[in-house]
Design a protein around this ligand. Sequence first.
Ligand code: TMP
Length: 218
Amino acid sequence: MSKGFFITFEGTEGCGKSTQIAALAERIHALGHRVRTLREPGGTPIGEEIRHTLKHSKDNHAMTAEAELLLMNASRAQLVREIIRPALANGEIVLCDRFYDSTTAYQGYGRQLDLAKVKSVIEFAVGETKPNLTLFLHVPAEVSAERVRSRQTNLPFVRDRIEEADQQFFARVAEGFRAIVATETQRVKAINAARPIEDVCAAIWEIVQPMLPKVGRW
Ligand code: TMP
């Protein structure tokens, strides 16, 4: 049995996950917990190389949906064994920017791969390591598209293969997340993220604080 607590963040592009993860990590740390923030794909040296191949490599145009599914889960298998399991065993609070719900939404619904096969690949990658809580940050499609556009305009341009997909793809991804929220009601909590940052922070804290293990109990 692991002693830590594992929280994952999910949502479509531009839903504000990074800002909220940083804010939550600070609050949890202030309570005296050891907290670790990770991202997927990535989070380990091997995972970051896979992330580059998946997103930014100039040679990734021909990637098939099946290769994408397996690479996402290769990165995950590494992250789970190299970092997440030891951190949880050590009593840490682990915050991960995306985890397997993104695979269901993007590769299952978005790329339209067979959902049962997607599930079995995920299960092979994670084994028993599943989030205690998943926060789904919901923003309407127009807000998501606008935030991606402004990120592309305001930051130095870095090509991202996944962001190049069409609007129908992102509509299917959003539908995938809706289906996950509707079925995984115990684990997954949806949060309206189309509000000021502080309001989203407060809504997250209301859910997370009562669930945290007591400091010093492990
Ligand atoms: P992000 O770190 O900016 O959210 O980028 C990660 C991208 O990878 C994002 O477009 C979602 C996508 N993704 C998948 O398609 N499947 C997955 O399993 C994960 C973890 C991410």
